[in-house]
Design a protein around this ligand. Structure first.
Ligand code: AMP
Ligand code: ZN
Length: 143
């Protein structure tokens, strides 16, 4: 599965260059050209899925299995204190490239990367209601 207009499909297919870190049948990882920090990595499936919920479980597993090693390698190579895994789905969630990708973003105390984390509180009974609705959805799907 490939989208001829998709920049990450072109990278996965070798049609445009990238600074490659690893590659196998399912996935490829490379350095982001607009890094939020030095060593900012992108991990993508080779096949074209727009958002993570479109990925079959076996493909997701084959791609995500690389995260622990990439996290260790980036931390050691750039000497950061920690890292964020970020994965945006849909323009409202700041997805610009419509091909699933996982950001590995090195973090250091006092760095410039910020996100707002507006933690709320559930009114009484709402958390159980939501859990029930989500469980019902899960039960009707092939997992
Ligand atoms: P997102 O906002 O999650 O869609 O992020 C897309 C990311 O892809 C951005 O961080 C871009 O800097 C990065 N990007 C776009 N084109 C390329 C490219 N040709 N090679 C490497 N990274 C890219
Ligand atoms: Zn694509």
């Amino acid at each position: 599965m490939k989208d001829s207009d998709c920049i990450f499909c072109k990278i996965a297919g070798g049609d445009i260059p990238c600074t490659k870190l690893l590659e196998d049948d399912a996935a490829i990882a490379f350095l982001d050209i607009g890094p939020l920090a030095e060593g900012h990595v992108l991990l993508i499936p080779k096949h074209h899925y727009v958002t993570v919920d479109q990925m079959p479980p076996d493909v997701a597993a084959a791609v995500l299995k690389h995260l622990p090693a990439l996290g260790r390698a980036v931390q050691s190579a750039v000497g950061c204190e920690g890292f964020n895994i970020l994965q945006n789905n849909g323009p409202v969630a700041h997805q610009v490239v419509g091909h699933v990708h996982f950001h590995i973003i090195p973090r250091n105390s006092g760095d410039e990367f910020r996100f707002n984390w507006p933690a709320g509180l559930y009114p009484k009974g709402r958390i159980e209601q939501l859990a029930e609705a989500i469980r019902k959805e899960l039960a009707t799907r092939n997992l």
